[in-house]
Design a protein around this ligand. Sequence first.
Ligand code: ADP
Ligand code: MG
Length: 287
Amino acid sequence: SVPLSFFGGIGCASKNGVLVKGSNYLEALSHAQTVVMDKTGTLTEGKFHVTRQKAVEITPEEQLELAALAESASNHPIAQSLKEAYGKAIDTERVEDVQEIAGHGVSARVDGKQVLAGNAAYLEDAGLQPETPTEIGTAVHLAVNGVYAGYILIADTIKPDAAQAVQAFRQAGVSTVAMLTGDSESAAEAVGDTLQLDEVHAKCLPADKVQFMQAYRAKLAKGRTLVFVGDGMNDAPVLAQSDVGVAMGGLGSDAAIAAADLVILDDKPSKLGLAMHIAKKTMGIAR
Ligand code: ADP
Ligand code: MG
């Protein structure tokens, strides 16, 4: 039988905007040893702004338009941000044959031209040689009809409560706070340094994230647990590797919210710190 106080704990969490899908997750949370977090949309806002454009062979206006059109069918935070930066209504009749490759980017036919938009690895796989920007940020590289067309450098902001969240995890006894991201080393390290994370792994493909989770699991002490926190984009396989899978409710995909054990409705990572505190109190009462 489940002690009554568990319901008290779940109710308290829910009053604070954290949906807990079962008392077992509250118990698991109270024993967290390792918290693994996604970057984009989890520790950062997931709203990128353009910091610089390096257009090659085309004008910056054409470059941004092609990027926004190629990304028109995607709901990835990068795609949403490029559409916002473009700022004009998108005529979807101009876009055909859209393909999105998780952790890489998109390909589409725009006005009859073959457009690729994504990270350096994605363009390298297509036989192109993207330039490496010297500034910190996330470069969205473009190719038009097989010719490199430069990059759009975009930057995201760390959420105001992210540092407080990391501090709360440590107070709750978490010994490792790690970040896994598909983004560049420079963007990842900027966040890792600011938040003083224990470990940062950049340029992760979805399969790499699963492997890192398995490695973190192997390092758990007896009775301790592994928590993953993500925004939901492509996170379902990683959520499945955790004892407690947490999704950001506002930005997350419906699939991730369904797959998660805990949902943070207002996307504030510090709410997980609060949930840990509630979990510990609940366990104290339950025993
Ligand atoms: P994260 O781990 O930060 O959540 P993802 O795994 O979703 O990131 O994506 C990893 C990287 O793949 C992004 O930083 C970006 O370089 C590239 N990427 C993924 N989706 C897109 C897209 N729709 N447009 C452009 N680039 C993308
Ligand atoms: Mg993501």
